[in-house]
Write a protein that binds this ligand. Structure first.
Ligand SMILES: [Zn+2]
Length: 107
């Protein structure tokens, strides 16, 4: 066993916030108990390029504020991907009408 203080594992993995027993900010588990992946762990890996694993000995919780930021990242990602799809469709449609030599749709 290592000599980490017990509260080490109650610190937010992403911003190190810690609040005591009376704190209203709920800490959310990064991993589901019965799975080694979860929505939160996937967002941390994808959007923050941090490796998290249930076996890594680091705190396994994040605070509500960090969880909402991850949700905002996710929403923004979905929006930007949807925008890209629409823009590509628009260019394809314009090309189908005029041919690629006269694209100029954004002039
Ligand atoms: Zn946090």
């Amino acid at each position: 066993m290592c000599n980490l203080p017990p509260k080490f594992h109650s610190v937010c993995r992403l911003c190190l916030s810690f609040c005591g027993d009376n704190c209203s900010d709920v800490k959310l588990p990064i991993f589901d108990r019965d799975k080694d992946k979860s929505r939160l762990s996937e967002m941390i890996i994808t959007y923050l390029s941090l490796m998290v694993s249930p076996e890594d000995m680091l705190p396994q919780v994040v605070c509500g504020s960090c969880a909402s930021k991850l949700d905002e990242f996710h929403t923004f990602r979905e929006l930007s991907h949807k925008s890209e799809r629409l823009l590509v469709q628009f260019v394809q449609y314009a090309n189908s009408l005029t041919g690629p030599k006269e694209v100029g749709v954004f002039k």
